[in-house]
Design a protein. Structure first.
Length: 132
């Protein structure tokens, strides 16, 4: 049986650390958006501070006349509404979400983005955002 050297011990440790990291990345439900505290991509329809907020998956625009209107994939195929008016949302590379109303305050998901917009609007109506 070969003796345990420092090199073999470090190599074994590196292999184990790499395997653990890969397993963590591949684990189901590992994404930040899958948590139930505002990050879920499930449809929602609720009254929040007297305002009706809704969210639902929609067809993404392929940029070539496909379904989904003028989104160009910014909302990750998800539509959010405040009192029936679309709130334009965008998913960031880190999994957080922002909206046109609270652009500098990333949140966990579309529901949290809708709630943050209602908080920011302070009772004012959300006006339709003109398409580019």
């Amino acid at each position: 049986m070969p003796s345990l050297t420092r090199r073999r011990a470090l190599t074994a440790g590196a292999v184990l650390a790499t395997a653990a990291g890969v397993q963590t990345l591949l684990a189901p439900g590992a994404s930040a958006a899958s948590h139930s505290h505002g990050g879920s991509l499930e449809p929602f329809d609720e009254i929040y501070k007297g305002r009706r907020i809704q969210g639902r998956p929609n067809a993404m625009d392929d940029g070539m006349g496909g379904m989904g209107g003028h989104h160009h994939g910014h909302g990750g195929g998800y539509a959010v509404f405040v009192d029936g008016v679309e709130l334009h949302v965008m998913r960031n590379a880190d999994g957080s979400w922002i909206s046109v109303v609270s652009h500098y305050d990333p949140v966990a998901g579309p529901r949290a983005a809708a709630r943050a917009a209602v908080d920011e609007l302070q009772g004012a109506a959300l006006l339709p955002f003109p398409a580019n």
